[in-house]
Design a protein around this ligand. Sequence first.
Ligand code: GLA
Length: 392
Amino acid sequence: MKTPEKKILSLICLALSLTVGCSGPAHDNAAASDSSAVTKDSSIISEKNFEGTVNDKAVKLFILKNSKGSQVAITNYGGRIVSLLVPDKKGTLTDVVLGYDSLKTYQKPKEPYFGAIIGRYGNRIAKGKFTLDGKSYRLDINDGVNTLHGGFKGFYSQVFDATLVNGQTLNLNYISKDGEGGYPGALTVKVVYTLTDDNALKIDYTATTDKTTIVNLTNHAYFNLNGAGSSTITHNILKIDADAITPVDTTLIPTGQLQPVKGTPFDFTTAKAIGLNINDKNDQLKNGKGYDHNFVLNKHDTSKVVATVSSPQTGIVMDVYTQEPGLQFYSGNFLTGKTSDGKGGKAYAYRSAFCLETQHFPDAPNHPAFASTVLKPGETYHTTTTYKFSTK
Ligand code: GLA
């Protein structure tokens, strides 16, 4: 079995992992199946690395823990989930979200949206243009010819005021000024993260405005239920309760139609491996470079599971609950694995994460048939999304 050299190497690794981590190459499947290594890597996140000042506001890392030992680390820089430790089938805590080890890396990221609160508008608006009450607005063009995720200074790069309510709840507040990113009205936003004792991370969003505006908030956690940085997600099993998607053009803007999933690679109404049809010949998969599509949810009611993902390797199961009408399923097609700047020095490989972003439909302001994202003074935008973890 083990040669003396291997034994010595293992001992050195064990010692090193307590301080600096000891990760193998990104595609190393041996490391992938060792979820305890994942736990050690994630535990090295230092709260000190997140202390700083951005936009004249203090930035910190906040840790929520529940009675089961699960924990989530959130920074008020972008309201980001930095790590999320949940037990696998053996009870080993496993970090299921991709992220970085320090505020500095989040400020100069290869991937700007890791774990962030997305606003004012989740996903794309065509050519960064929309009209409201007869007035035209122009937004930042930060994704080819379109605007994406709030523009150059979306909420992912803003500092929220944070209040730790108790060890399991964190309140984040942010006032987005009138005109920020091109959006009308001062938008007062409150996001509450709660880690419940039944291993659910609940994200509750509220917003009000002083002028008629549009709003579509979400969270951009990059999940890997095998453990962050350990492997691709093509063997994670996904089920989405959606009979249709909103097909997109080559710039990922919805065409306005609803396309039934039946008989296509987009049919996740019965659970299947994410990778099963990902490389099929299909125009929509070609446009998205994989899955990068809004699924039209059959139910939108916070008491209903809209999607479930599980990992045969770790046994971790994640159920998603939301009242939003759409779910952006993104299969990590833009991750490259070229830099080892992930947590614990990991390189996040191509398709080593998936996102399930609950939302109103992309580009809704330009599609009157899509559910409205307009918010008027005196109204309150309120939506909740829960990611609940268990094992099987
Ligand atoms: C969303 C988009 C994707 C991509 C990711 C971030 O999910 O739909 O196209 O931009 O964000 O890389």
